[in-house]
Design a protein around this ligand. Sequence first.
Ligand code: CTP
Length: 412
Amino acid sequence: MDKPKVVLGVSGGIAAYKACELLRRLTESGHDVRVVPTASALNFVGAATWSALSGHPVSTEVWSDVHEVPHVRIGQHADLVVVAPATADMLAKAAHGLADDLLTNTLLTARCPVVFAPAMHTEMWEHPATQENVATLRRRGAVVIEPAVGRLTGADTGKGRLPDPDQIFELCRRVLARGGAARPDLAGRHVVVSAGGTREPLDPVRYLGNRSSGKQGYALARTAAARGARVTLIEANTGLPDPAGVDVVHVGTAVQLREAVLKAAADADAVVMAAAVADFRPAAYAAGKIKKKDGQEPAPVALVRNPDILAEISAERARPDQVVVGFAAETDDVLANGREKLRRKGCDLLVVNEVGERKTFGAEENEAVVLAADGAETPVPYGPKETLADTVWDLVAPRLAAPADGDSDKTG
Ligand code: CTP
C-alpha cells in the first residue's frame, strides 16, 4: 500500500523548530511527508534540515520546478495537510484565500483534511481578527487546534504555545485514520466535555471523592478535536496532561464544575458529562484541620445534595438544538436502570457502563451501551476508550442541527 501523503506546512514562527520533531514522528511511522515552509520559516529552520529529514526537496515558491506544477500537485495528492506552526499571518492568508507562495497555493488546492496548529503571542491569538479567521477556517472544515498555555518566546507566558509535537502527531494520525473527508463531521462545532471526579472538601486536608480517572473524558476530548470540533474540556482532579488542541478548564468541586459547564455550554453544540460528580458534599467546611480528641467519638459528617448538572443542562438547554450526553455506571439491570436514568435526567444519549470485573475505574478499555432518548440502543464492545468516544460522536453528529450558515458542503 502507498504511504499516506502528508504535507507539513511550516510558517515563520520560533516554534518552527518543533515541527522538525513532528516531521520525524510522521516519517518514522510510515508517512510520506513533503515539507512546504514559507520563506520566513526558513529564517528559523533552513531548507537543508527539512529536506534531509523528509527525503524530499524543499521549495517555498510556486515558480521553482514549474514544469511539475508543484503548487497544484502537492495539494491535490495529499491525504493530509498540517500547518505547524501556523502564525497569525498564515491563518489570515488561509482564511482569505490568498495564494502568494507555495504553502498558500497548496492550501487552496488541497481537498483532504487540513489541520492548523497555531502558535503566536497571546495578544495576537486573542485579537478579534485572528479569532474571526480561526472561526472562518473552522466553519469551512479545517481542524484548528487550540494553542497550549505556557511559556512563550522570551519571558512571557500565556496561551499561544505550539502544542507538544507528539500530541499534534497523534491528532494527525486520528484525522488520517478517519479517512479522506475534507470536512470532518464536527467541524465548526463547539463541544464541551467534563472529565474526572469532583472532590468535596471537609477541611483543608480532607475531601470526599471518587476514583474516576478521567480517561474516558479525555478520549472524548481528543477524538472530538480530531473530528474538527472546538473542544472545551472541564477536568476535575485527573492529574492528566492537557490534550493538544483543547481548551482545558481545571475545577475541583461539583459546584465549580457546574459553574464551568454552564458557562462553556452557553454556546455549545453538544455537552458530554463524563465526569463523576459527587452527589453529596459535606454540609460544613472546617477552616482548620479537624482534630481527633482523646476519648471522644468523631462527630458525624452531615452531607447536603450537590446540584445535578446533567439534569439541569438537559432541562434548561442554552440552545434548543443542543445535544446533551450523560454517563451512568450500573451494576444490576443495566439497561432497565439506564433507560430510567435517561428519562430522569432528560438527556439525549446516555452511555451506560456495566461496572464489574475488568471494567474498573482507571482502566484503558471500556464496554458500554449507548441508549438514546428515541429508543435506539448501540452496544460498544470491550475495547479502547477512544472507540467508545468515537461511537459517542458518531451518535451525536447526526443529532446536531444543520449549520446555520449552510457552509457544510465546503472544504477547508
Ligand atoms: N451527574 C451530574 N451531576 C451530579 C451527579 C451526576 O451532572 N450531581 C452526571 C454525571 O456526570 C453523569 C451522570 O450524571 O453523566 C451520572 O449520573 P449518576 O451519578 O449515575 O446518576 P444518579 O442520578 O446519581 O444515580 P444513582 O442513583 O445511580 O447514583
